[in-house]
Design a protein around this ligand. Structure first.
Ligand code: UDP
Length: 238
């Protein structure tokens, strides 16, 4: 195994990573690309747990804005993460990576229930674990699920896969002089009220000293380079 900085990572993937044109649905080709990135990191011998979002299919807010009861709208979002997880499992398996899907609520005919020690055992055996269903509770997001599972599974870092290469001190699309942060504290992040990661997730990581790295998932080898020790994206830590 090459020298790596992290031996176990929790990768939080927004559902949009799987979306095709228009940011909606599951595009099998995009899923293939995501799987390749995960495989490259896994091939280094790194243990990988993935928490899937569902923004490409459904967010609770889509329902509540139309008058739907919040918990029901959120339940739909949680179920949608399972669809993404199954799509990703399929491409990973076809790429030769043994993968298990675990869900926060039982769907035993299609996935295992989330069991912490079992998830760890899968990783010890070289399997990628995709954890779906968020936290299993409404009023949360999959960022919070990512933070929670990172802690439970003793991951060394929570990696938030995004489309931006770093956190900036201003909106880089509006201000060409905006500067990227290499490092930022949890409290600085929280005080900036940025939307790249939800505040519940960051607070949870702060209380448990879990470092977070926000990076551009689509930048070539970004996750791999991070794992191998390069400074990539922005690290949020104490
Ligand atoms: N969700 C939830 N509880 C959780 C995780 C997710 O209720 O623990 C619901 C919530 O409605 C959310 C949707 O699932 O909008 C999809 O998750 P998220 O928005 O985090 O997906 P992402 O933006 O990461 O693709």
């Amino acid at each position: 195994m090459p020298d790596v900085r992290y031996k176990r990572i929790l990768l939080k993937m927004g559902g949009e990573a799987l979306a095709g044109q228009g940011g909606f649905g599951i595009d099998p080709q995009r899923a293939d690309e995501v799987a390749q990135v995960v495989k490259d990191v896994h091939d280094l011998g790194v243990q990988v747990a993935l928490v899937m979002g569902a923004g490409n299919l459904w967010r609770g807010s889509m329902g509540t804005q139309a008058g739907m009861e919040r918990s029901t709208a959120d339940h739909i979002g949680m179920v949608a993460t399972v669809m993404n997880a199954l799509a990703l499992k399929d491409v990973l398996e076809r790429a030769g990576v043994v993968t298990r899907v675990q869900t926060a609520f039982e769907m035993r005919t299609i996935a295992e229930p989330y069991i912490r020690l079992r998830a760890i055992r899968h990783m010890d055996k070289g399997r990628v674990v995709i954890i779906a269903g968020g936290t299993g509770n409404p009023y949360f997001t999959t960022d919070s699920a990512g933070a929670l599972r990172a802690m439970e599974l003793n991951a060394e870092v929570l990696i938030k896969a995004t489309k931006v290469d770093a956190i900036y001190d201003d909106d880089p699309y509006k201000n060409p002089d905006a500067k990227p942060f290499e490092r930022i504290s949890y409290l600085e992040f929280l005080s900036m009220r940025l939307r790249v990661l939800d505040t519940t997730a960051v607070s949870l990581c702060m209380e448990n000293n879990m470092p977070i790295v926000v990076l551009d998932f689509w930048q070539k080898d970004s996750v791999k380079r991070l794992v191998m020790g390069e400074s990539v994206g922005t690290t949020i830590s104490a």
